[in-house]
Write a protein that binds this ligand. Structure first.
Ligand SMILES: NC(=O)c1ccc[n+]([C@@H]2O[C@H](COP(=O)([O-])OP(=O)(O)OC[C@H]3O[C@@H](n4cnc5c(N)ncnc54)[C@H](OP(=O)(O)O)[C@@H]3O)[C@@H](O)[C@H]2O)c1
Length: 231
């Protein structure tokens, strides 16, 4: 169990990807604190799982969460930031203005607040892993989701800038960029699509476990696509 003894904070732990990621970190031996607005202990019945329901809408909310988790768990060795969301299916000229605020807050703002809140503690302990989920779309824009792609591109830049600032600190920051994930929500939204071409969330989860482990200590500033079969 490669992550035995490590304390991992997973935001968005209850989502379509989050379920796989939380199970994978528990299977790897980590102590996991899972965050979402509606999460509870019943979602992951396991002796090393703690639920911490919270809504991340500001730096203050993120700092309060990090304080609570640090007090309970003693330390945070890895932040796995999965909160994020999609908007699209229409060209830029018909995108509603409110979509800009929503995409920036959800995909960039929550990451900024969480990373800003957790970094002082990781720097002080001279070790830690920050892992965020971008998207293939943030690296290779496609038609129909300009604001989503732009917000994920900004997230990629935020994490890579952070990584550059962390050189030599013992803390690293990396991104995983999935294509369309094979989740129940995506299957329901695209009933005629072929899910075998989509990204298997278990592969994303296993990669995140590896990046949180001791064998990835020298990987910093990476953005790793996981979408080999999607055209
Ligand atoms: N699905 C895809 O095809 C795909 C593809 C590429 C990248 N991604 C990225 O992968 C990540 C996970 O996607 P997903 O499909 O698992 O999304 P999801 O099913 O919508 O899960 C999002 C999670 O975040 C929580 N959440 C949302 N806003 C929150 C907030 N302000 N504070 C606290 N918790 C909040 C939600 O739970 P509550 O409602 O209980 O709060 C849920 O647990 C996202 O960053 C997404 O952009 C997804």
């Amino acid at each position: 169990m490669p992550l035995t003894g490590l304390s991992v904070l997973i935001t968005g732990a209850k989502g379509g990807l989050g379920g796989y990621v939380t199970e994978a970190f528990l299977a790897a031996g980590a102590r996991v604190t899972g965050v979402s607005r509606s999460i509870g202990a019943r979602d992951f019945p396991h002796e090393r799982f703690s639920a911490c329901p919270a809504e991340i809408t500001s730096l203050e909310a993120a700092e309060a969460l990090v304080d609570t988790v640090s007090a309970k768990a003693g330390r945070i060795d890895a932040l796995v930031h999965l909160i994020g969301g999609y908007a699209g299916g229409h060209p830029l000229e018909t995108s509603p203005p409110a979509e800009l605020d929503r995409m920036i807050e959800l995909n960039l703002g929550t990451a900024f607040w969480m990373v800003r809140a957790v970094l002082p503690r990781m720097r002080a302990q001279r070790g830690g892993r920050i892992l965020a989920i971008g998207s293939k779309a943030g690296d290779e824009p496609a038609p129909g989701s300009a604001l989503y792609a732009a917000s994920k591109a900004a997230l990629i830049s935020l994490i890579r800038s952070t990584a550059a600032e962390l050189a030599g600190s013992g803390v690293t920051a990396n991104l995983v960029l999935p294509g369309t994930l094979d989740t129940p929500a995506n299957r329901a939204a695209s009933p005629t699509a072929d899910p075998s071409k989509w990204t298997d969330p278990r592969q994303v989860a296993e990669l995140l476990v590896f990046l949180a482990g001791r064998g990835a200590a020298q990987i910093n500033g990476a953005r790793i696509p996981v979408c080999a079969d999607e055209t």
